[in-house]
Ligand binder design. Sequence first.
Ligand code: ADP
Ligand code: MG
Length: 864
Amino acid sequence: MAGPGPAALENLTPMLRQYLEIKQQHQDSILFFRLGDFYEMFFEDAVKASEILEITLTSRNKNSEEAVPLCGVPYHSAAGYIRKLIESGNKVAICEQVEDPKAAKGIVRREVIRVITPGLLVEEDSLSSSEPNYLAALDWEGEQVHVAMVDISTGEVFLGLYDSEELALQELTKHGVKEILIAPADLQRPLVPKAKSLLPKLLISHVLAELPNEDGKGVFSEAFLKSRAKVEGPAALGLLDRLLNYARSTQKAPLKHLSEIHFVRGRQYLGMDGRTFRHLELTQNSRGEGSRHTLYWALNQTQTAMGARRLKKWIHYPLLDPAAIRLRQEALAELLAAPELLVGVQEGLKKLQDVERMLGKLSLGTVNARDLRGLALSLEAAQALVDQYRSSFSSEFLHGLVEDYPDFSELCRNLLSCLQAELPLTIREGGMIAEGVSAELDELRAISRDGKSFIAAMEEGERKRTKIPSLKIRYNKVFGYYIEITNTHRDLVPADYIRKQTVANAERYITSQLKEYENKVLGAEERIKALEYELFCRLREACGAEIEAIRQAAQALGTLDVVAALARVAREHRYVRPELVEEKILDLKDARHPVLEQMRSEERFIPNDLKMDEETGTLFLITGPNMAGKSTVMRQAALIVLLAQMGSYVPASAAKIGIVDQLFTRIGASDDLSQGQSTFMVEMLETAGILAAATERSFIVLDEIGRGTSTYDGMSIAWAVAEHVAKELRCRALFATHYHELTDLAEQVKSVANYQVAVKEWNQQILFLRKLLPGGASRSYGIEVARLAGLPESLLTRAREVLRRLESAEDGALEKLGPRPESPQMGLFAAREDPIRAELRDLQPELLSPIEALNYLFELKKKV
Ligand code: ADP
Ligand code: MG
């Protein structure tokens, strides 16, 4: 670091030397060094922080050669500054005075009490309430990647093993991880730059030193330790411990609020790759504007932050086990059947604060009295809710949530009776504990209060005694209480007054009686603060002892909130309960797109039926002009599958759905420019990835793939891919294409069916009917769409002419139109006396199988 040189070290003040010693231990953090009422930063930290925070950079020893750059922020408003530094990807180490400056001999002892990092935030004003805040640690074992994650604000812990970096990356992006912990040797892994580009605010931290492991007793919760014992393999265990050691060493506190470990292994949830996630706009919209117009947005009728976060989790992890899904469905059914129950539950939930986020603050000891009162009020409200409905819930799922709901009545009574109604933010200045809690406190308060009237009475008495009507008893921080007498009355001052200070036109005195009383009053105030702090700590400990129960309550309440929200959505938007089956079926009546239907106001959303099974076909080739609604009808099917496996009802009038193991969606390159990876190569790589990973139970949506290359290439590839999906994978798939030529595939493969999104031609214009109907479109209508987009009429007429000639493929068709286009494929039509041309003339395409045609095309291309 750019600190002073070794020679200059000698000349430093002891305070700066202490600073440097501490900084040495926290080189990767900005050190907030407490000095009186300020946090000061020095050297490089000062330069960096002053830039980010836009505060003035000054320096110590301005005139000497070794000037020390310096900037500072007031202690009381530090939170905002810390947040800004964290958001710009820094860590902040908070260094406090750890002994009373008055009692200190020499320099006050200081210690870093906590390191705040983007992945380890607990203060709720630095956190988005609907989003978890994850710190992840990664480790590689061959191809496989172990991922451990913790949300310190709520205590959630995940441990997963992924078969590839790609899958691990998906997990990280899914959760919007804020910080990852990686061994220095792994920094060159390809995953690192990818993660950085997908998560722009990500901080990469590396573990500088391994910390010694302890047995964890007294540090972690029982639930956590029990599940830790189930972790298999030294790699996973080592990783988990590294992560938690990092968390502990920065937080400098036990982590008693950690939950049992949530294992994410293999096939427990509906599989979705990262692309699918983004294309379906589940929790993040593709315009990078947060969650607006996403599935989450359409479903979020939750009343609490706990519910909002849990809803995202349900969306991220749809289930596979039909029995587990049915339990959720039954819970929804119960709330839907009893509207007053649903309303009552939501009303009750509305009153709750974010009890779950309190866990992190409790465990790390950053709660104040206001938090504790808020916690008590929320727990009390939750208790009332649970008590009211405990006996009404009959479904197994809802009953399970409230059955073992912990009893907090004693804790709440204790907190509410001990704390005042209006509470300060600080915990060291008193004003927290109610009257009647501690006899000693009440007595001290009486002294402090009486002190004030005593002074008033004394003032009155002294005026009478000295016959000085303007005599005043005042107080200031330096002298304490004193008697002030203006110079006009100086002669009347009694002999027992001791002069202390002369000011402009008055003298200030003290008396022994006054000082004696002062000691008592001021002493009382100091003592009050100390005693209140002590009593507060006891309340905090009482809550700390209930962390496990509070977590259990928060989980139950969050889950109840999600169920109620889904029921509410189902009621408001007329969703139905899907029937889950084992067969490869997807049968939807009057299905709607859950997000679009809530978004649009002008155009009514038109429902569609979709029936896939062994008989009608499992691969639908959907043709139709641009803008007809192909993408919409396909995404809506994928979203409905996902909703069903979340346990939600679905936007349709009837639905029968065979459980899906993995959901894939892929949008053709030209439709996906927003990702900045529009190359055909990427598209093909991903298509290959899907084909390799999908099983017969998967559901694939391919939207206009093969677009990123020339027409014939693209069409051939689209053909071959569709054929492969239908014949080899035999899974359910929706396949939109503007190559109407592909419709021939249906004649050759039994499981392929042609569908189109119907339009009506009228007066050279097209009318979008938005209806999915059997049969293939015979043409692409691109020109009509171009007209909609406002291209000039003369241009459209010309385009129509070109198209007509191209389609009739008459000899020399293009020459007659004028200059020959440059594209090599176009050359196929225009070449003259070319051997290839001759070959083509003799070719009988009707005798070729698609694969032969494809090979032939490649051959031709090679020759060209
Ligand atoms: P395509 O993929 O065929 O080009 P899209 O699915 O992108 O068409 O649909 C184009 C637009 O049409 C969408 O933005 C949507 O606003 C509207 N749309 C699609 N389907 C429907 C429908 N069923 N009801 C009403 N509007 C629809
Ligand atoms: Mg489309």
